[in-house]
Ligand binder design. Structure first.
Ligand code: DAH
Length: 339
């Protein structure tokens, strides 16, 4: 019996060492240690031998079992190492190969300038609100003191959906919406798209962008307007840039003005960009007309306010020295990728 056990261990060890994969190893385990395996068969036949000898053989059989188990688990570890190495080799990555460059998008120059303007006004306590592109004639014109037939409508011809609804020509419509829906005090800016029946040229496109501003509170005066808009110009173009206000006319503000900012190209010395003026026209503004306030349910004896409207595309062109507004709408990557 001893001989049989020695034979088993010799064969098992050789077979385990030879097994080239987990399946063959498992087959070897079943053959020697399984229920119908060779070692089990020896143990089963032990009933027929003398008690003394049985104890010796029993111990020997146990030793054989644990030695075979040890060999199996060692081989298992070796095989899984080999498997892992093979896997790593087959999946090897050459990190020195040049990568495939991804095209990274960027913000449109007008969006960049808009973000800058929004940041400036948020810092001064304004909120950002938005109004619809498709607007009531009344909000775009009527309630801004431009009844049907008013001559100021002529320069803002637009696309009519029907008699009462149109594509807004100016973000000033958001002034009306804000005053109708909220109780003062408030200070808002409202950026958005506007539309006019214009033939495209270097300074006109039928779709363009404005940023409207509106402040309504008690004791708001023209000096609040001037201080705030002067700050806008300085934050956009630098602290040395001065502003000047020229009298103008808008039906919804009284008094009204246009604001010029010092030319940032020549730092106000006069150059071809500002046509020797030293200044560049930037925006329209004024004190909200009492008729507009009362028409929107705000008592002009209690509240006053100012409003302004600035062309975002114009700001963008000035900021980046772009000489044709159409470039901002063409979506030509050769142009846009420069910013
Ligand atoms: N809506 C005017 C335009 O499109 C700009 C403007 C002027 C807006 C004066 C205002 C303002 O709020 O007070 O030309």
């Amino acid at each position: 019996m001893k001989n049989r056990l020695n034979e088993i261990i010799r064969n098992a060890t050789a077979e385990i060492a030879k097994s080239a994969d987990i399946e063959t190893l498992e087959a070897a385990r079943v053959r020697y240690l399984g229920k119908k395996g060779e070692l089990t068969a020896v143990l089963k036949s032990m009933g027929s031998i003398a008690e003394d000898e049985r104890r010796v053989i029993g111990k020997l059989a146990n030793d054989v079992r644990s030695e075979i188990e040890g060999s199996i688990s060692r081989r298992k570890r070796e095989l899984s190492d080999i498997q892992l190495k093979a896997k790593l080799m087959s999946e090897k990555l050459d990190v020195t190969l040049p990568g495939t460059a991804q095209k990274v998008g960027k913000l449109h120059p007008s969006t960049k300038v808009l973000n800058e303007v929004v940041e400036i006004f948020l810092g001064m306590g304004f909120e950002v609100t938005e109004g619809p592109d498709i607007e009531f004639d009344d909000y775009c014109f009527g309630m801004l003191n431009m009844p049907k037939g008013h001559p100021a409508r002529d320069i803002q011809d637009t696309f009519y959906i029907n008699d009462k609804v149109l594509l807004r020509t100016q973000t000033s419509s958001v002034q009306v919406r804000t005053m109708l829906s909220r109780k003062p005090p408030f200070r808002i800016i409202s950026p958005g798209r506007c539309y006019r029946v214009d033939t495209p040229d270097a300074t006109h496109t039928p779709t363009f962008h404005q940023i409207e501003g509106l402040v309504i509170d008690r004791n708001i005066t023209m000096s609040d307007l001037k201080g705030t808009l002067d700050q806008l110009a300085k934050r956009l173009y630098g602290d040395d840039i001065q502003t000047r206000f020229r009298p103008h006319h808008f039906p919804y503000t009284e008094p009204s003005a246009e604001m010029d900012a010092g030319c940032f190209m020549c730092r106000m010395k006069g150059c071809s960009f500002c046509k020797g003026e030293g200044y560049i026209e930037l925006l329209g503004c004024g004190m909200v007309h009492p008729k507009v306030l009362s028409g929107c349910g705000i008592d002009p004896d209690e509240f006053t306010g100012y409003a302004f409207g600035v062309g975002l595309d114009r700001l963008t062109m000035l900021k980046y020295g772009i000489n044709d507004i159409r470039l901002l709408f063409d979506n030509d990557m050769r142009f846009l990728s420069q910013f």
